[in-house]
Design a protein around this ligand. Sequence first.
Ligand SMILES: Nc1ncnc2c1ncn2[C@@H]1O[C@H](COP(=O)(O)OP(=O)(O)OP(=O)(O)O)[C@@H](O)[C@H]1O
Ligand SMILES: [Mg+2]
Length: 342
Amino acid sequence: MENKGRDLLIGIDLGTSRTSIMTDRSLKTMIDSVVGYPKDLIGVKLLGATHVVGSEALERHYLNHYFPLEDGVIKETGDRDQEVAKELIRHVVSLADPQPGDRVCGIVGVPARASAFNKEVLLELAREVMDVAMVISEPFMVAYGQDVLLNSIVIDIGAGTVDLCALKGQVPDEEDQVTLLKAGNFVDDLLMESIQMRYPNVQINKRIARAIKEQHAFVGSTSDKVMVTMRENGKPVTVDVTEELELACNAIVPDIVEQIKHLVAGFDPEDQETVLNNIILAGGGSRIANLGTVIRDALTEYGTVSVSNVDDPDYAGCLGGLKLASDLPPDYWDHVGEMVTS
Ligand SMILES: Nc1ncnc2c1ncn2[C@@H]1O[C@H](COP(=O)(O)OP(=O)(O)OP(=O)(O)O)[C@@H](O)[C@H]1O
Ligand SMILES: [Mg+2]
């Protein structure tokens, strides 16, 4: 086989809502982190398969949908989640299009707060589906990709969690990482409730709230009015949701600022100024307009502060995974696996 011995390197960011993947053969794509299973034999017949992964699953309402990482981690009881997570990883690997003879080598980023048990389970699943695998925490993976492994703070604003990680030139340990549960989904819920309260006759659901947020999200002082078209008793109406959106998006800021302060204090005093000038925002939620400025302004007592955004928030995680996979020969992964898994 002419391919024999070739490595296929993959970076995978296993998110609560979406999983992104990059390979050293130029694949770069993202899928919804969901697997759909038929409810009964009729479903099997309709689907023509035992399960389906990604948005195709969501489009089929007659399936049961499982988001294996819904809580950011795999539940410790029952192996359904594990089965689903394995299908998800298997599907992602198939997208990478391994050729006969390839050695499939993947680095998988998992939520920072996944327990040692979870990381171990995910590593096992990954090893069942790939030839060589390593599991690392997501914020560390982002930091690796951005080359900010020393004296920085990475803040990954996702759907289920905001993960903050202090980078001290070593694999982050427990006290260097903080997970906040007020993240994108929390903003959606708050936005939905407050719009409903102000406009009781307007129909709103989570999907609509999320779409409004993704189009108009901002923090800090209001710029333009946010007017959106919704439905009231079936008829289209245009409503002003500026205040509601402001309230919902700003709700995640205080906790983030508080945790930055906490993490900064954990660095050596000589390094704190550098750290404050090296705060990096990643994850889908980093697209909220003005977020960096508002965080910086909340830290004025700390001297000069600089907050920047990663270029490509959807792929910053898997980019880091792929970079690490390219830098570190897969033959070594087994040895460093435990060290890298914090
Ligand atoms: N333009 C935008 N403005 C505000 N929020 C956005 C925007 N685009 C995406 N988001 C939000 O980002 C979140 C998804 O981010 P991401 O893909 O990083 O999450 P995830 O990795 O699946 O979740 P987690 O990191 O919690 O496991 C969602 O809440 C989504 O609504
Ligand atoms: Mg994420």
